[in-house]
Ligand binder design. Structure first.
Ligand SMILES: NC(=O)N[C@@H](CC(=O)O)C(=O)O
Ligand SMILES: [Zn+2]
Ligand SMILES: [Zn+2]
Length: 448
């Protein structure tokens, strides 16, 4: 395939040749890259070509909850959103805490249209020896408080896990909330029905910002003491991000800690929770508009290392319950690039920053060779977008199994073409809107 006249994130206009699974050449347009006989040529003038996103935080729900999502439905959403690598979390059923559970999940992940990593989790029943024999992406998300799957663990087990991971150079991703600092009183009284201000706000009042900040600090201290590489998942407060930045500056010798934020904490706040009701219940919860804006600022300024989605689908029926019964989590893998690219279109973020936080940084932090950059020799994981052509996000036009999105009605810039190692996995005709998907070409990024 020869992609001609595409603008890259840094503003250079280039022709990009794909041969087999990798990028063969990146040359100035008209510098002599001519199409071979029979080679597909994509005229990309007026479009931007970006590296496929590496979403290091998804919950594709198999095995155990395929009514919420499957590797097929989840990876179709990923492909249509320009995510070419996903990393699945261990709170499935059975939880991915030993070698057998890893193998079962790996068998199901063979359905994926995009490349994937599989994380291993930590519970009282985990079997580190058999888990670490497998091609694990990372340890995590390790839950310091209960979330979906009730995998919250105590500090001593967390510290054992850090030691096991450090001994094997495996990064550890952490769900950092301290449940002793939750405000139980917030769940007293009338919590209202679905979609009411009462219940939506109560979840944010219950899982306090202080609970996140305290757990982030604890995780960073324990990480530094054990020499483990710690990555804080879904950081939702400026306080949490600032703690990571400080620890990074103090890191002497050891791998510096990193942090991730989600699109829902960047684009939604407690004010939206009032409208979303229980559909806005997730962990950590939506924060005040002031904290949301402060998190966005830290993304723009470079303090945030990674944007990943914490794609956590549940069905409409499951979410349409009272606050205590509705499960936590929102879908998001398909709207990651679209929302961030819309921020670029509006002038709120630079395209290079977006490329770094969704592709280049996650690939380098987790050490996956060949991903996250457009240069000769890299995997041909490519996304073509028209930054002048946003469209409204509508649940009915998305491809995951959840059937709803917390971002309904916001604008997004969606891909026209997505390739995974040179294979076209998604294509949309910009004129007719007709879409097509490719084959299940995904493979484990740790197995190469
Ligand atoms: N974020 C959530 O609210 N839910 C996630 C679990 C998690 O990441 O904590 C899920 O798996 O549903
Ligand atoms: Zn989590
Ligand atoms: Zn998660």
């Amino acid at each position: 395939m020869l992609i001609t006249g595409a603008e890259l994130a840094d503003g250079r206009v280039r022709d990009v040749r794909v041969r087999g699974e990798t990028i063969d050449a990146v040359e100035p347009t008209n510098a002599g890259l001519d199409a071979d006989a029979g080679e597909r040529v994509v005229d990309a003038r007026g479009r931007h070509l970006l590296p496929g996103a590496v979403d290091v935080h998804v919950h594709f729900r198999e095995p155990g909850a395929s009514h919420k999502e499957t590797w097929t439905s989840g990876s179709r959403g990923a492909a249509a959103g320009g995510v070419t690598t996903v990393v699945d979390q261990p709170n499935t059923s059975p939880p991915t805490v030993d070698g057998d559970a890893f193998d079962e999940k790996a068998g199901l992940a063979a359905d994926s249209l995009v490349d994937y990593g599989i994380n291993g989790g930590v519970t009282g029943d985990w079997v580190p020896e058999s888990l670490f024999e497998r091609p694990l992406f990372a340890l995590g998300e390790v839950f310091l408080a209960d979330s979906t799957g009730d995998m919250g663990i105590a500090l001593d087990l967390f510290e054992d896990a850090l030691a096991e991971a450090a001994a094997r150079d495996a990064p550890v991703t952490v769900h950092a909330e301290d449940e002793t600092l939750f405000d139980e009183d917030a769940l007293e009284g009338d919590l209202g029905g679905v979609g009411t201000a009462a219940n939506a706000d109560a979840w944010s009042a219950y899982r306090t910002a202080e609970a996140e900040a305290a757990a982030v600090e604890r995780a960073l201290d324990s990480g530094a003491a054990s020499d483990a590489q710690v990555h804080i998942a879904h950081t939702s407060t400026p306080e949490g991000i600032d703690a990571v930045v400080e620890a990074r500056e103090d890191a002497n010798g050891g791998a510096p800690p990193t942090c991730e934020v989600t699109p829902h904490h960047l684009f939604l706040s407690r004010e939206d929770a009032r409208r979303l009701g229980t559909f806005g219940r997730m962990n950590p919860p939506l924060r005040s508009e002031e904290r949301r804006a402060a998190v966005f600022e830290r993304l723009r300024d470079g303090d945030v290392d990674v944007v990943a989605t914490d794609h956590a689908p549940h069905t409409v029926a499951e979410k349409r319950q009272g606050l205590i019964d509705a499960p936590s989590g929102v879908p998001g893998v398909e709207t990651l690039y679209p929302l961030l690219l819309e921020s670029v279109r509006k002038g709120n973020l630079s395209l290079e920053r977006v490329r770094d936080v969704v592709a280049a940084n996650p690939a380098s932090i987790f050490g996956i060779e060949g991903k996250g950059r457009i240069e000769p020799g890299a995997d041909a994981d490519l996304v073509l977008v028209d930054l002048t052509n946003p469209r409204e996000i509508e649940a009915g036009a998305l491809h995951g199994a959840a059937g709803w999105t917390p971002f309904e009605g916001l604008l997004g810039v969606f891909p026209e073409l997505t390739t995974v190692r040179g294979a076209v996995v998604y294509e949309r005709d910009p004129v007719t809107g007709a879409e097509s998907f490719g084959e299940s070409v995904g493979r484990n990024v740790r197995q190469r």
